[in-house]
Design a protein around this ligand. Structure first.
Ligand SMILES: Nc1ncnc2c1ncn2[C@@H]1O[C@H](COP(=O)(O)OP(=O)(O)OP(=O)(O)O)[C@@H](O)[C@H]1O
Length: 261
């Protein structure tokens, strides 16, 4: 997703009707969601829910429909049919309310490489309506939260991949959303960065609901309470890690048997 896609996600402000006050709610509810691109059905009638405080791993082979689902859940793409609610608000009808409550790290983590880290975070915070001392405080808080202190004086283009991912996480957190959607946040990281980013995600998950996609099974075992596995646009498993482990098979074997063919 290019940077303007991320900016469009933040700026999109269509609310088709006045949102009603919501009761305490499930963080994400996907109901019979379908997305068709031309002739291609990328997501086929999927349903699942994520509860407050869960860290859920979203798994599936390449092309299974993970990114498409995440883009719809963040309001970046429209569904062909079905609905998604985030924090009690429909993502199409009440996108402004959803945008306040959701943080999104897209798959290719679009960033302005010429901006300094804090400059970029101030810019993104400004798009969310933060200003003055609140903005400065939030920038300092997210820089600390994702472990960016050693590198925050650099331009983003000068950062390693792992630190760029931290900037991506920081921009997703800047407005203190209750739900985070992270699309392959650890892809391409070296083993040390990988462990560090995982621990950042785990600590974020202590306060927020997190849905994140990955191809790394150890990652799911290390940080998730539950896994949802997609294959060819459908949900083939939605189980707690405890239940998946109780099969007695390694998670990789379970994944292969559910998604092959
Ligand atoms: N903009 C698009 N136009 C046409 N087809 C698309 C588009 N985006 C995705 N697709 C197709 O939809 C299907 C699901 O893609 P998606 O990116 O959601 O899968 P994914 O599970 O995230 O895959 P990966 O693990 O490789 O990132 C794929 O067959 C893909 O080629």
């Amino acid at each position: 997703m290019p940077i303007f896609g991320l900016l469009a996600f933040i700026l999109r402000s269509t609310d088709y009707e006045s949102p009603k006050p919501q009761k305490r709610k499930v963080s994400i509810i996907v109901r019979e969601l379908t997305k068709v691109y031309g002739q291609q059905k990328a997501v086929d009638q999927i349903s699942f829910a994520v509860n407050p405080g869960e860290i859920v791993g979203f798994l599936g082979p390449n092309g299974a429909g993970k990114s498409t689902t995440m883009k719809i859940a963040t309001g970046y793409l429209l569904p062909t049919s079905g609905t998604v609610e985030v924090a009690g608000y429909d993502v199409v009808a009440h996108s402004r309310e959803v945008r306040k409550r959701i943080g999104y790290l897209p798959e290719h983590n679009p960033l302005y490489l010429d901006l300094y880290v804090k400059e970029f975070l101030r810019f993104i915070g400004g798009l969310y309506g933060l200003s003055g001392q609140t903005l400065s405080r939030r920038v300092d808080e997210v820089v600390a939260q994702v472990g960016l202190e050693p590198e925050y004086r650099k331009k983003i283009g000068q950062l390693s991949k792992g630190y760029r991912q931290r900037v991506g996480l920081a921009q997703a957190l800047i407005h203190d959303p209750e739900v985070l959607i992270l699309d392959e946040p650890t892809t391409g990281l070296d083993p040390n960065q990988l462990v560090e980013i995982r621990s950042v995600i785990k600590s974020i998950g202590a306060q927020k609901t997190v849905l994140f996609s990955t191809h790394i099974m150890q990652e799911v075992e290390a940080i998730c309470s539950r896994a949802i596995i997609l294959s060819k646009g459908t949900v083939v498993a939605d189980q707690s890690l405890e239940d998946l482990r109780s099969t007695g098979q390694p998670l990789e074997a379970v994944f292969r048997s559910l998604t092959k063919g």
